[in-house]
Design a protein around this ligand. Structure first.
Ligand SMILES: O=C(CO)COP(=O)(O)O
Length: 243
């Protein structure tokens, strides 16, 4: 199976309706372009008729009920989302999300028909201690559910120390982790070759082409540089050129 590469924007807790105009000119026939805005903007973005795919930034593992403030996967789908980011390091840090909770959310998302983008990544202390590959392997084992396929699951490698810091992992670090992720996933999933692996962490127009040339990098999960069309468009163009 040949999956298209994926340029995904994670707006995090940024933006109000005025920001949606940034998305109007985005889109591509050659790669998938996804914007994951705050939950309040999912339906307005999906209803805008833009060419981008729309995703959530989290969902609950439960289907419905008395869980104030939480959002079910089926509600994201109903609002117009096709994807959901799960297990972002900011949610793991801010909300204490565990691998098991991330896996349970992923099962719920797949049952609802959403594509999951499951995030993994080591802290700076873990990298300095030489634990990077072990941490990533453990996160993959715990966070990616058995029902994952190349069609319903994307994995994003986001080193925590590279998020929002302006520091990117260098090409050899990204190549090592992405190669290891592919191997780890291949041991569990027959179609792991087709599973898209994104890099995230201070991706910008100026470093995108170099990152997209690295083996086993099938796209990017972009934070800050996805907020403005002028910043995100050249990243999409770099991914198109990397085909
Ligand atoms: O966390 C990220 C995307 O999910 C990366 O954020 P930045 O691109 O702002 O470093």
């Amino acid at each position: 199976m040949d999956m298209k590469k994926l340029a995904a924007g994670n707006w995090k807790m940024n933006g109000t309706r005025a920001a949606l105009a940034e998305v109007d000119g985005l889109g591509s026939d050659r790669v998938e372009v996804l914007i994951c805005p705050p939950a309040t903007l999912i339906a307005p973005l999906a209803d805008r008729g833009s060419r981008v795919l729309v995703g959530g930034q989290d969902c609950d593992a439960r289907a419905e009920g008395a869980h104030t403030g939480d959002i079910a996967a089926a509600q994201l789908l109903d609002a117009g989302a096709s994807h959901v980011i799960l297990g972002h390091s900011e949610r793991r840090a801010d909300h204490g999300e565990t691998d098991a909770q991330v896996a349970a959310k992923a099962v719920a998302a797949h049952q609802a028909g959403l594509v999951t983008i499951i995030c993994v990544g080591e802290t700076e202390a873990q990298r300095d201690a030489g634990e990077t590959l072990a941490v990533i392997a453990a996160q993959l084992a715990g966070s990616v559910p058995d029902c994952a396929t190349a069609t319903n699951t994307v994995v994003a490698y986001e080193p925590v120390w590279a998020i929002g810091t302006g520091r990117t992992a260098d090409a050899s670090q990204i190549a090592e982790v992405h190669g290891a992720m592919r191997q780890t996933l291949a041991a569990r999933f027959a179609d792991a070759d087709g599973m898209r692996l994104l890099y995230g962490g201070s991706v910008k127009a100026g470093n995108a082409a170099e990152i997209f040339a690295i083996p086993n990098v099938d796209g990017a999960l972009v934070g800050g540089a996805s907020l403005k069309a002028a910043d995100f468009s050249p990243i999409i163009a770099a991914l198109e050129a990397a085909q």
